[in-house]
Design a protein around this ligand. Structure first.
Ligand SMILES: [Zn+2]
Ligand SMILES: [Zn+2]
Length: 241
């Protein structure tokens, strides 16, 4: 056990680590520059027990004419293969073709792309994050790193500064489901289709690894999400409305 837990997909690190500042809880592996949320068992090295995927959405001209949107995801500091920077015009071609752009939709689509990156990562690395026969995402070698045991299922943490997505997935969605996909006051929640698409993708990727893999959400302060923020803003500038 690593001392961490999840509750309704909310990441709860062990109390000793939780007492630190957020900046101190984010670790960068010296071997591969991948991000992690510090694990209380191995605070001074990188064990990859809690893989951290930063995600952020951007919407320029939000609420005005000619809004442009983009998403950013980063699973490593220096590995461009583990960065995602996609304008909405590209996402619309790949996914459901819905052209609507708002800040909230950008955040939801960023979480969806984080799940897609998690899937690509484990397709290349297997359930334990070890390179398999075709390691096209990460080729660098690890040295002196205590890895999760083969029995230990991956815990993937999506770090976002959007309360809307983190609370939506971990607090509101369970209530909506109990209420027949309605809010407490009986209305259909805004962007319900995207919340459900996000959950569907999460469940599919978790099932792919035979259960045990958990994808969860962690609210982080804006200042900790700078890499994903930049990737999202750069993408939004390239969006063709
Ligand atoms: Zn590493
Ligand atoms: Zn660990």
């Amino acid at each position: 056990m690593t001392g961490s837990a999840t509750e309704n997909r909310r990441f709860i690190n062990c109390p000793t680590v939780n007492a630190l500042n957020f900046e101190e809880q984010v670790v960068v592996c010296p071997g591969c520059s991948q991000f992690g949320a510090m694990c209380c068992q191995h605070p001074n090295d990188d064990c990859h027990h809690h893989r951290l995927f930063f995600a952020d959405g951007a919407c320029l001209n939000n609420g005005r004419g000619g809004a442009r949107g983009g998403v950013g995801v980063a699973a490593a500091e220096n590995d461009k293969n583990l960065h995602v920077s996609k304008p909405f015009s590209d996402l619309a071609l790949e996914r459901d073709g819905n052209p609507k752009r708002t800040n909230q939709i950008a955040e939801l689509r960023a979480a969806i792309e984080a799940v897609a990156l998690i899937e690509r990562f484990y397709d290349s690395y297997g359930p334990n994050g070890e390179p398999n026969s075709k390691p096209d995402i990460r080729k660098r070698k690890h040295q002196n790193i205590s890895r999760s045991s083969p029995q230990e299922p991956p815990l993937c943490v999506i770090g976002m500064d959007s309360q809307y997505v983190v609370k939506g997935m971990t607090e509101w969605l369970p209530i909506w489901k109990e209420n027949g996909l309605k809010t407490k006051s009986g209305y259909e929640p805004a962007n319900l289709n995207l919340f459900l698409l996000l959950e569907q993708d999460i469940c599919r990727v978790e099932r792919k690894w035979g259960g045990g893999m958990v994808i969860c959400f962690w609210w982080i302060p804006r200042g900790c999400n700078k890499i994903a923020d930049k990737l999202a803003k750069d993408a939004a500038k390239l969006d063709i409305n």
